[in-house]
Design a protein around this ligand. Structure first.
Ligand code: AHR
Length: 500
């Protein structure tokens, strides 16, 4: 099978915001307790953070981590997780029907994020709470001192403000499962008023309004329109969430889901711009895809979990090779929409639908999806360029044409490096010819792959390296043409260096 593409420096999509490689830690299952925090673990540091997990997170270079939820945030009293640990309350946590011990809160989490080299994307509770608690939290985190909440932070041992720049105004407020869900009118009003007071406390912050919790919601579209009508002048981003599954065990259909992901992004961009036009506004609202991943493997197991226990093993999807291929396609789609998607969070980071898994008291390891995320985060920073692609394709449920080739290209001016990310969705080997007309002399640094695995192959505690990338791809330059062989069903990262 043959495919061709042209990548030119002049076909610019936009600068990739580093926050495109963000992730998410919720107080859910073993994400926090047994994930990032386990004071009795042999690798725990003086604050109880697992160093083995921190090391895997650091390698990913995650620039921002959303916290503390998710559905959890809609019932959360942030004050519960501050102050002396021994007097923090244990509470029934209604979103996931567990017991929350509050041994980790905002103080500890922001310190963990700092140690991981990440910023915090903080969500405020607009379920059971509202503007008052949200503005207090901004004061606690970002006000220098000399006021009630900023002095509380200082008493708790944090003299310097946390300086949290980006904030989510609630979570999935359209979903009936959400604690104190709202209509678009109710949410739009409360989000606008909350945004105002939060920015009055700290005018430098940026805010994300909740979009629909999924493209399939009956109110999708009208929700975004109404929410933006109320919040347009006060917020900077609108959120999108999406999870995919291969319940039908149909690889063609599964790998076509990144086209749905792209359509979702483009629909929300259209809505933002329609509201902009109606408001005669000069301001552009960008997108925060602050929850995305594959999620379904753990659904049955989760149904059998006893409620009201501490940190049960919820949402512990074990990912396989085909999941890594879809995650690769989704990352490529994010890069191809880098002009409008400024923040994206792989949901989540540790144990809960996550690239990193742990055993309590035992090892931590990288799941299959860790690797495309790692490659995109390390090599996907720079200017996203639009490849002009010509290739065959196939039809699947709901789509007449799914291209065999999914690809994105990123030019890093500082390093003089060009990276081509490509997934071969086809079951045959692909000969890919990439024309590179205006980069001058290039050389191939490496062609990394995930290839040759069974679709259901997984990494486990006993076999943590079953699916790992290798620098075994075939790519060579002939003048301005890059000739690459892409194995059937493969993830490819072709790294090139320019002379100048
Ligand atoms: O990421 C798991 C859950 O998925 C989040 O808590 C919620 O926002 C979404 O429905």
């Amino acid at each position: 099978m043959k495919a061709t593409q042209t990548v030119s420096r002049s076909s610019t999509i936009g600068e990739v915001d580093k926050r495109l490689f963000g992730s998410f830690i919720e107080h859910l299952g073993r994400a926090v307790y047994g994930g990032i925090y386990e004071p009795d673990h042999p690798t725990a540091d003086e604050l109880g953070f697992r160093q083995d997990v921190l090391e895997l997170v650091r390698q990913l270079q995650v620039p921002i981590v959303r916290y503390p939820g998710g559905n959890f945030v809609s019932g959360y009293n942030w004050e519960d997780g501050t102050g002396p640990r021994e007097s923090r309350p244990r509470r029934p946590e209604l979103a996931w029907r567990t017991i929350e011990t509050n041994q980790v809160g905002i103080d500890e989490f922001q310190e963990w994020a700092r140690r991981a080299g990440s910023e915090v994307l903080m969500a405020v509770n607009l379920g059971t709470r509202g503007p008052d608690e949200a503005r207090n939290l901004v004061e606690y985190c970002n006000f220098p001192g000399g006021t009630y909440y900023s002095d509380k932070r200082r008493q708790n041992g944090f003299e310097q403000p946390f300086g949290i720049k980006t904030w989510c105004l609630g979570n999935e407020m359209d979903g009936p499962w959400q604690i104190c869900a709202k209509t678009a009118e109710e949410y739009g009003r409360i989000a606008a008023e909350t945004a105002k007071v939060m920015k009055w406390v700290d005018p430098t912050i940026e805010l994300v309004a909740c979009g629909s919790s999924g493209l399939g919601m009956p109110t999708f579209g009208s929700w975004e329109t109404t929410v933006l009508e109320h919040t347009y002048d006060y917020v900077d981003y609108i959120s999108l969430h999406s999870y995919y599954d291969n319940r039908k065990d149909d690889i063609g259909l599964f790998l076509s889901r990144s086209l749905d992901f792209g359509d979702f992004i483009e629909s929300v961009v259209s809505i933002c711009d329609a509201v902009k036009a109606r408001k005669h506004s000069k301001k552009t609202i960008n997108l925060s895809f602050d929850e995305w991943n594959v999620w379904y493997h753990s659904n049955e197991k989760d149904a059998a979990i006893e409620p009201w226990t501490v940190a049960p093993p919820q949402l512990e999807d074990v990912y396989n090779f085909e999941d890594a291929l879809l995650v690769g396609c989704l990352l490529i789609t994010l890069l191809r929409h880098a002009d409008r998607v400024k923040i994206a969070c792989l949901a989540q980071l540790v144990n809960v639908i996550a690239p990193i898994m742990t055993e309590n008291g035992g090892p931590a390891w990288a799941q299959t999806i860790y690797y495309p995320f790692l490659h995109a985060s390390l090599y996907g920073r720079g200017i996203s360029l639009r490849p002009e692609i010509s290739c065959g394709g196939y039809s699947t449920q709901g789509r007449d044409f799914v291209p065999y080739l999914e690809s994105a290209a990123v030019w890093n001016e500082e390093k003089k490096e060009l990276t081509v990310f490509a997934v071969n969705r086809g079951q045959e080997e692909m000969e890919l010819e990439t024309a590179l007309p205006d980069f001058g002399r290039l050389s191939v640094l490496e062609h990394l792959t995930l290839q040759g695995h069974g679709l259901k192959e997984e990494n486990t505690a006993d076999h943590p390296d079953a699916v790992t990338p290798k620098a075994d791809g075939e790519s060579k330059l002939e003048g301005e043409t890059l000739r690459s062989t892409l194995a059937p069903l493969s993830w490819n990262v072709i790294r090139l260096k320019a002379e100048k």
